[in-house]
Design a protein around this ligand. Structure first.
Ligand code: PNS
Length: 162
């Protein structure tokens, strides 16, 4: 049976942790739709278009049948249904992530019980990485090249160049 998952997030910017999750998600799903949320309440550093572009460049090794990068507006479960996805994929780094993810999973299940939330533990190498911490380090011009893929390193350099 063909299985597609939507992997939603802000991806502001995408990190190695996000890429690792896509790679590992493909062991479970035939296709992963990486979906940048347009309506995130957070004030983003990168525009939705920039985030989609960075993800597409960083995930270029995968065929469009395996990985699609898109953006979405509105409710995640509505978008997932539109994409014929049976699951929502999210990463968990530490217990700190759990409460928020648990709450979101419960609301999403309440809204659409046919779509399952699936969580993968982040690879131990990327446990300490978050988009927020990467942005902070990059704003002080720290070398973040081990934490984010090359297309993101370039964009961060441009954003924080004097
Ligand atoms: O990377 P993030 O910022 O933790 O991702 C959060 C995201 C985009 C997955 C979440 O805010 C979301 O699903 N937004 C879409 C609106 C929605 O369906 N919210 C959940 C039920 S109210």
């Amino acid at each position: 049976m063909y299985r597609c998952a939507v992997y939603p997030g802000s991806f502001d910017p995408p990190t190695m942790g996000h890429l690792s999750l896509v790679e590992r998600g493909l062991f479970l799903f035939d296709k992963i739709v990486v979906a940048v949320a347009k309506n995130s309440s957070k004030a983003p550093l990168f525009s939705v278009e920039e985030r989609v572009e960075m993800l597409r460049e960083s995930l270029a090794e995968y065929s469009p049948d395996q990985v699609e990068v898109d953006s979405f507006d509105g409710l995640l479960v509505d978008y997932a249904k539109q994409k014929n996805a049976s699951a929502l994929l999210r990463g968990l780094r530490a217990t700190a992530d759990f409460e928020y993810e648990f709450q979101m999973a419960m609301v999403n299940r309440h809204l659409e019980s046919s779509i399952q939330s699936v969580f993968l533990m982040t690879d131990y190498r990327w446990l300490y990485i978050s988009s927020t911490i990467v942005k902070e380090a990059a704003s002080y011009r720290a070398d973040v090249s081990a934490m984010v893929p090359p297309p993101v390193v370039e964009r961060l350099k441009k954003k924080f160049a004097v």
